[in-house]
Design a protein around this ligand. Sequence first.
Ligand code: NAD
Length: 246
Amino acid sequence: MAHVAPHTDFAPLIVAPTERVFVLTGAGISAESGIKTFRDVNGLWEEFRVEDVASPEGWRKDPTLVWRFYSDRRAQAKTCLPNPAHEALAQVEARLGERLFLCTQNVDPLHERAGSKRAVHMHGELFKSRCEDDACDVPPFEDAGEYRGDAALPRCRCGARIRPHIVWFGEVPFDLEAIGDALLGSALFVTVGSSGSVYPAAGFVRAARATGARTVYVGPERPENASAFDECRLGNATAVLPTLFA
Ligand code: NAD
């Protein structure tokens, strides 16, 4: 059973010189930067139905709507700054180097803007696009463009449509092999601001625990997978992260 208490009741986490740390971040770490979580919006994500804008079916049905949604997300993210929680994790990376595996479910670029160099974006990146044809040899590319209206739908040089480089519901997340290896080798597993409802990410804690890792959750409320954590440290990410590690 998880020990659930305010973060201030716990001692800072100590990482021994050879130990590896796995940190999984979710939408909650970016909430205080002004990016809404799924949870905040009761199944509507910024006024859109998730299945209309974040699924292969939605893309097939109405790519113009999908691009309008991601164009709005890009416009909003351009105005958002990283917060002290992103900055604290960048400092942990500077200290631990490759002994930190930072995996994020977020598509926003706030870890990078805070200075993290090796964040693994398992659900893709808001400021990248790619050809919708998996057989096309054009790789994913940086793209801050905003595409609204029928005429503006971007096309690849092969003729197929360009889509956001986002893992939609029903698609396979990126980098699962590297993530699996990192989970196996970590002595400490920390999740920050994730409801524990989106799989496979919500199952990482059990994989880490099965190999003997200490498992810690950080957020203002218990996640759905709370029982798999040794500790739930209650508090907002910006209040907890700067003092989470010794
Ligand atoms: P979620 O919306 O399901 O849950 C958000 C969690 O954050 C909740 O448990 C909530 O208690 C917690 N939270 C809220 N404010 C917080 C704060 N200040 N500090 C710490 N925690 C806080 O998010 P999820 O579990 O990450 O899963 C949702 C999916 O939505 C992911 O697949 C992700 O790709 C996508 N998403 C991404 C973004 C982004 O890129 N920033 C934003 C919304 C959704």
